[in-house]
Design a binder for this molecule. Structure first.
Ligand code: ATR
Length: 266
């Protein structure tokens, strides 16, 4: 019988994950079926329970359920524990296992696809929600010299930063001084067409502006581009985190280059 997987979110209709995993399955000869599951906002646990009871083997978790997924899991990987958020569920074990592949996806996209070295770099992370939480530890492990987390609700950024030695956190007033080699937008502001208020000075010479949102020019990317800064959307992070989830489920690491190329230009 074909093994079944889903991406769970709300909304989930526009998710590219089913398409990405179908490409991976074809390329690696794995027999899987990967669909979408829209859970009610107050019904994440029940939706996963039902999918698991029907034989579902695993799931990706997207907005707004990554923290709910963290609480749902009986066992967690170290990186999910550090993130306090889960984007990958393994459902075909006695105890539900949760992992977080977002951070490794971002780091791999930056290093392998975009040629953006992280060692010794000064990094600014905008936002302190589920998306930001997932990437702090992997960025630190990649040897960045400085990581500053800035959020509209300053207390949230301070709380996130306090969990990791050496990370600074606070409100947008922290941006009154300093410049950064990499500025990552992990806020949901781009989805609503809003722009977090950042002075162009935050971009160091040869900086990269990266938005975790994919497939659209967000106000953040447009702003960076206007100021002559190199930009990238989150398409590569999406494909790389998917490849890492596929590896966890299937024991095979799919190649990502052709899929990323098709996602960008297809
Ligand atoms: P996610 O899981 O995508 O991170 P979230 O937990 O709801 O979702 O977090 C959304 C993030 O986007 C938060 O950092 C939020 O800031 P607050 O903590 O102050 O709410 C940020 N955000 C959303 N809209 C924003 C806007 N218009 N300007 C700046 N930040 C915004």
């Amino acid at each position: 019988m074909t093994d079944r997987y889903v991406v769970i979110g709300n909304p989930v209709g526009h998710s590219k994950s089913p398409w990405i995993h179908a490409q991976f399955a074809r390329a690696t000869g794995q027999d899987i079926d990967y669909g979408r599951l829209e859970a009610p906002l107050d019904g994440f646990d029940a939706a996963v329970d039902a999918f698991r009871a029907s034989g579902g083997r695993g799931a990706n978790v997207t907005l707004p359920f990554k923290q709910a997924a963290f609480r749902y899991c009986a066992e967690l990987s170290p990186r999910a524990r550090a993130a306090e958020a889960v984007n990958t569920l393994v459902l075909d074990r006695a105890a539900v296992f949760g992992d977080n592949t977002d951070g490794v996806g971002l780091v791999r996209d930056l290093q392998a696809n975009l040629g953006c070295g992280l060692e010794g770099r000064r990094v600014l992370l905008l936002g302190a929600g589920g998306a930001a939480q997932g990437v702090v530890q992997p960025l630190l492990e990649s040897g960045v010299a400085l990581l500053v987390v800035v959020n509209r609700t300053a207390a949230r950024a301070r709380a996130l930063a306090a969990r990791f030695p050496g990370v600074q956190g606070g409100g947008y007033e922290l941006l009154d001084s300093g410049s950064y080699d990499l500025v990552v937008n992990a806020t949901a502001a781009g989805l609503s067409g809003a722009l977090p208020t950042i002075p162009p000075r935050v971009f160091a010479r040869d900086a990269l502006a990266y938005d975790m949102v994919y497939g659209r020019e967000t106000p953040f990317l447009a702003f960076a581009r206007e100021h002559g800064v190199q930009v990238s959307d989150g398409a590569g992070m999406l494909v790389e985190q998917a490849a890492e989830s596929f590896l966890i489920w299937r024991g095979v690491r799919p190649r990502t280059d052709a899929v990323l190329d098709a996602l960008r230009h297809g």
